[in-house]
Design a protein around this ligand. Structure first.
Ligand SMILES: [Zn+2]
Length: 426
């Protein structure tokens, strides 16, 4: 507990760093991570050797540009044991899977110490928005997450309820109404869907603030969400590989980077998010191309911070899938279902004009020869049937996932709009 309080204070301290001090901080941390992975992780040792790179060339901040980039797709085809440190300590190891909006799942490991720090990062950002330990947090999240009640929740503190995205939308809305949370955590698509429904039903809920995570918040959506709830939005940019990467401040609504635990290599002339996680020594991510595009800017914020921040981040235009009765299913449901299959590299859900649905699946190169495609297709269809009982669903294996009409990667795309009066065939 004391360790975590110390970490909380450390976040505040590093957040205030600027200029040369911050550069020096990142340089020392990066040098430590690069040396550690060179010595203890087979994947990184080979990556550095193949590129003719040695950690000893790191002498000043600008040298961070020389560190080879870990390519996301190559990384995923490397067996887990080669990505895990041989020096890992005897802490409890935890297995995680990614839930990014690009539809590319990945299995990785972490430990209890890192995950505890990740929680502290949540509390730090929420503290800026007036979080109190007596608040009830309701999180619309993937299932399979530990839902065991911590002892202190019996005393009414640090209460958190998780509603699985795998439940039908109407059930989720009902639970949100019943919990009447102080803080509601979900992603943009969910909020938009819920607001339409609640406006229709005349339902009003008033949390203290809401948290958007997992999807980029566009200005028009921001306006809609703020005007419905009438409360501030804490926007969190995160990934499973690195936890929370950036959080907005309530004063300037600017996405401040979690400099204490991550580094986005802004010495490289690119807007690719090339990221290092300073806290995961079990399955490290060093100079890893996260597959996102973001612009790092420099300048003072009205909240008092002067460290580099994210001024622009490119998101994906995910659509909804429509059931014949008009119910919408948002992308997170598909993401959670399809990503639970390890062989899947990338996927896309396409709904045609007649309402039928194609699940396009691209397998990892390394998974292709051995994959039992029929079993995989049936497994995906079976899981999707939680919400798509009456829809015609086909799973197709493809070599490339086509981009959406806007030229962007889109995990969910629909050309179907149900007509009024359409009935579900029982
Ligand atoms: Zn700020």
């Amino acid at each position: 507990m004391i360790e975590l309080l110390k970490y909380y204070r450390k976040i505040g301290k590093i957040q205030k760093m600027r200029g040369d001090n911050l550069e020096k901080w990142h340089f020392n941390k990066m040098k430590t991570m690069v040396t550690y992975t060179y010595e203890n992780v087979e994947y990184y040792h080979k990556l550095y050797e193949d590129a003719g790179f040695h950690p000893s060339v790191l002498k000043k901040p600008e040298d961070l540009e020389k560190i080879p980039v870990a390519d996301k797709d190559d990384y995923r085809c490397v067996p887990l044991e080669k990505r895990v440190s041989s020096a890992k300590k005897a802490r409890k190891i935890i297995r995680l899977s990614t839930s990014g909006s690009s539809g590319k799942p990945l299995t990785l490991l972490s430990d209890t110490a890192e995950l505890a720090k990740q929680r502290v990062k949540w509390f730090y950002a929420m503290g800026k928005y007036g979080y109190s330990p007596f608040d009830l947090i309701v999180h619309i999240f993937r299932s399979g997450t530990s839902q065991s009640e911590p002892i202190w929740s019996k005393f009414g503190i640090f209460r958190r309820e998780i509603i699985s995205v795998l439940e039908p939308p109407q059930k989720i809305f009902k639970k949100v109404r019943e919990f009447n949370p102080d803080i509601l955590v979900a992603n943009r698509s969910f909020f938009l869907m819920m607001i339409d429904e609640f406006l229709k039903q005349g339902v009003n809920i008033r949390p203290k603030f809401i948290i958007n995570i997992g999807e980029v918040l566009y200005p028009k959506d921001y306006e809609k969400i703020v005007s419905y709830f009438g409360v501030p939005i804490l926007n969190i940019y995160s990934s499973v590989e690195c936890g929370n990467i950036a959080y907005t401040c309530p004063e300037g609504n600017r996405l401040h980077l979690h400099h204490e635990s991550i580094f986005i290599n802004y010495f490289r002339d690119t807007e690719k998010v090339i990221i290092t996680n300073y806290e995961n020594y079990v399955c490290p991510f060093v100079n890893y191309d996260l597959g996102d595009i973001a612009k790092i800017s420099f300048g003072d914020c009205c909240c008092g911070l002067s460290s580099p921040y994210i001024s622009k981040i490119s998101g994906k235009d995910n659509d909804f899938i429509y059931l014949k009765d008009g119910t919408r299913i948002w992308y997170q449901f598909f993401n959670v279902v399809v990503k639970s299959f390890d062989e899947v590299n990338q996927f896309k859900i396409v709904q045609h004009r007649d309402g039928s649905i194609d699940v396009l699946v691209k397998l990892f190169e390394c998974a292709k020869p051995s994959a039992d495609r029929e079993a995989l297709a049936n497994g995906i269809k079976q899981k999707l049937a939680i919400n798509l009982k009456h829809e015609q669903v086909s799973v197709r294996f493809v070599d490339e996932i086509p981009l959406g009409p806007s030229g962007k990667l889109q995990s969910v795309e629909s050309s179907f709009r149900p007509k009024r009066g359409d009935e579900i065939e029982a």
